[in-house]
Design a protein around this ligand. Structure first.
Ligand SMILES: [Ca+2]
Length: 420
């Protein structure tokens, strides 16, 4: 039975602000130590740094922390301070609007980083050849998009050796095909499998149909070797009209991926359309249904109809692998990690997921292929990514122009300045 590790603490949700006089007679808000409540006890929330739209993070073996910022910067947090941007990061496309989902996205390190110093970055690049004229399209979710202000672009993954404050010998190892216009649904989580291959989640670029087209790597989970080559045991290698990098298909926009340390299986969460975010057990060669089936409905152009367009459910055909769980109201999943640490013993084996629109940390207790319990821990912030430190603390980053890096520990645990 899971019991609270702290029963004496009275949790107060939200930040407590104190107004103190500023040097020029104004007042300035100072955040007091913050505590949020969970079913397992109170959590202490400590702000370590603030970044501009942080997206991904990865711990180095020496305890330093790599962090990306969507506008195109890679930084290192160490000894309580954030570094200047690491040099050598590829140029990214980032328009800086509220609908922008591109830019510099995830970061991962090679399983053999201690020896080869290789860092992997996912990002959005412009096509080398731009069309001579691009008209305006009407994207009903983001309003009128004037594509004279956009470029033909797509996601890419590059790797380089981290030497001091610089990435060297940077090479592109993978690209989304085809490149498209629009600012959404790149996917782009990076995750190394136990066998050393690299999973990349690749969104549908809001183009729907490519998710079912095995000749495109949009709307897929992709598996490559770290040098960009295709593993021979990928499910569609040698199949006519199919790309060898495809691992699974029929995905909309996967922004969370994690490997269960107890089984080695890949779990992923994707954004549903209107409702129907999904938790999927990702297996090679399987079809996860988008856009043919979904537990949510299509967004609808209000100018055409007030009714939402219904999508059939996953159970309408054996061809589709149904989600292990779907979420309505949605969580808007981004980032995920299986917890294995010591600080939260009640959470060992649980899948922790960042939530954007839900402004929560979601805890999923898995029993085999079933979610036995779901808890939404109210963080009052859009959580973009979550990782675990070796000492068992959690690090989360907040999706905001001034997005905090936060350290979560059981309330009452000692505070540390090192992420270890
Ligand atoms: Ca699905």
């Amino acid at each position: 039975m899971r019991s609270s590790w702290i029963t004496r603490v009275t949790a107060t949700a939200g930040t407590v602000f104190a107004l103190v006089p500023h040097a020029f007679g104004q007042t300035q808000a100072i955040a007091a130590p913050e505590v949020v409540s969970s079913n397992s006890g109170a959590l202490h929330v400590e702000r370590l740094a603030t970044l501009e739209f942080p997206w991904g993070m990865e711990l180095l073996p020496d305890g330093r922390l790599l962090l990306t910022e969507k506008p195109g910067r890679l930084r290192i947090w160490a000894n309580g301070a954030l570094s200047e941007p690491v040099r050598g990061v590829p140029e990214v496309v980032y328009r800086g609007t509220s609908s922008e989902q591109g830019g510099l996205l995830d970061v991962a390190i090679d399983p053999d980083f201690a020896r080869n110093r290789l860092v992997y970055l996912s990002y959005v690049e412009a096509a080398e050849q731009q069309p001579p004229s691009i008209g305006a399209i009407d994207d009903f979710r983001f309003g009128e998009l004037d594509l004279t202000d956009d470029v033909l672009r797509g996601g890419a993954v590059a790797r380089g050796r981290l030497v001091g404050d610089e990435l060297r010998d940077v090479e592109v190892i993978w690209r989304q095909v085809p490149k498209t216009v629009g600012r959404g649904h790149f996917g782009h989580r990076l995750l190394f499998a136990r066998d050393g291959s690299l999973f990349i989640t690749s969104g549908d670029r809001m183009q729907f149909a490519p998710a079912q087209d095995l000749g495109s790597n949009l709307g897929k989970v992709v598996r490559i070797r770290p040098d960009g080559s295709i593993p021979e045991d990928n499910p569609f290698v040698g199949k006519d009209g199919a790309r060898g990098d495809v691992w699974s298909y029929g995905h909309r926009n996967v922004l969370s991926a994690a490997i269960d340390p107890s089984s080695g299986r890949l779990w992923a969460l994707e954004m549903g359309p209107l409702g129907g975010d999904e938790l999927n057990l990702v297996e090679p060669g399987r079809n996860y249904g988008w856009p043919l089936v979904s537990n949510g409905d299509h967004y609808t152009r209000p100018s055409i109809s007030s009714a939402h367009t219904l999508i059939p459910g996953h159970g309408t055909s054996e061809a589709y692998r149904a989600p292990i769980r779907s979420f309505t109201p949605v969580i808007s999943p981004s980032g995920a990690v299986f917890y294995t640490g010591a600080l939260f013993p009640q959470w060992r084996g649980d899948l922790l997921v960042g939530g954007l629109s839900s402004q929560a940390l979601i805890r999923l207790v898995l029993h085999g292929e079933r979610v036995a319990l779901e808890e939404r821990i109210d963080m009052k912030r859009r959580i973009r990514d979550v990782i675990q430190t070796p000492d068992g603390a959690l690090l989360v980053i907040v999706d905001a122009e001034k997005g905090d890096l936060l350290r979560l520990t059981p309330a009452g645990a000692p505070s540390r300045q090192s992420p270890r």
